[in-house]
Design a binder for this molecule. Structure first.
Ligand SMILES: N[C@@H](CCC(=O)N[C@@H](CS)C(=O)NCC(=O)O)C(=O)O
Length: 311
């Protein structure tokens, strides 16, 4: 197996979800820092367009979206599991809720004026404007949730999380599972990046104690690598075997077709390529790039649209 390369930046909550799972599974990994805003030419050379953070690279295989990255890490290192048998359905559903509803409310709370002042302290005005413009474009111009609405919603969600943690160390028992990592990352941003707003946790001592346990998991063993080295690895590596023995066709699009895949909510930059696998859970596209060579780019089905490229 080639090295695991995580393309990310330190302040990304979704990247923190994956860094902690790498630590939980004690996997060694390489770290490539990517820009926080577009353009990201070295990343999109690998993904073909997808720009969100993080992306996992294993040689010439590129995995987009943390839901899929969790599955890939589980296949590589099944123990300790992030999907324990007894709770795996509920854990996946809570994780999906956390990555969408909880994340949206928490980040709107974090980005109220006090939080913005902390996040951007010392950052030149031009870079702040560029960040705001990038994220506004990513949301298709839609406004963030109003901070008063976000605060009320975040408090209600925190109460539910506290209820789940009452009397046990982690959300579903004695071990952390995918739900813990997904619930933790937006709260981590509040705690680490906007500490002036972290008083919202004061009413929830069970959450505070759980956050200490989650943080203690750590990020495992990582080493730095450059985006040029990552591109070189993609060019020279073999692909993982393609999962084309199970083809689940929901679209009337056959394997071998030219297709385009994009996220279905925000950050809609599309990736175009040849559909070479479509299993129950994921799609794989083959595409060739001047700098990355021929790569296989993988997406989960949930949260993504698949369309045939019109001739
Ligand atoms: N559904 C995606 C969401 C990822 C996401 O929204 N990441 C944020 C950073 S935490 C992002 O991409 N922001 C814009 C960027 O980094 O360009 C996943 O699970 O990976």
């Amino acid at each position: 197996m080639s090295d695991l390369i995580l393309h990310h930046y330190p302040t990304s909550p979704f990247a923190e979800k994956i860094r902690l799972i790498l630590g939980f599974k004690q996997l060694a990994w390489k770290s490539v820092f990517i820009p926080m805003i577009m353009p990201k030419p070295d990343l999109t050379a690998l993904t073909g367009g997808y720009r969100k953070t993080p992306v996992l690279q294993i040689g010439a295989d590129i995995y987009c979206d943390t839901a899929l990255i969790c599955d890939v890490l589980e296949e590589l290192a099944p123990t300790p599991s992030v999907y324990p048998d007894a709770v795996k359905g509920a854990a996946r559903i809570v994780a999906q809720w956390a990555d969408s509803a909880l994340f949206t409310a928490a980040m709107a709370y974090n980005f109220q004026p006090t939080g913005v002042a902390q996040v951007f302290a010392g950052v030149p005005a031009g870079s702040v404007q560029a960040f705001v413009a990038d994220r506004t474009a990513m949301r298709g111009g839609a406004a963030r949730m109003a901070s008063a609405d976000a605060t009320g919603t975040y408090k209600i969600y925190l109460q539910s999380i506290a209820n789940m943690l009452h009397g046990q160390d982690f959300l579903f028992g004695v071990q952390p599972c995918v739900a813990d990592f997904a619930v933790y990352h937006p709260l981590w941003f509040t705690q680490e990046r906007t500490p002036a707003l972290a008083g919202i946790f004061d009413d929830f001592p069970d959450i505070q104690a759980w956050m200490v346990r989650m943080q203690a998991i750590g990020h495992g063993k990582s080493g730095k690598c450059t985006s040029e080295e990552a591109l070189e690895w993609a060019r020279s590596a073999n692909h993982e075997p393609v999962q084309n023995d199970v083809f689940e066709d929901e679209h009337g699009i056959s394997l071998g077709s030219a297709v385009v895949i994009a996220a279905d909510n925000f950050g809609l930059e599309p990736t175009e390529g040849e559909l070479i696998a479509a299993t129950r859970h994921r799609y794989t596209l083959r595409r060739t790039d001047d700098r990355a060579g021929t790569v296989h780019v993988h997406f989960p089905r949930v949260g993504f649209t698949l369309k045939k490229v019109s001739p």
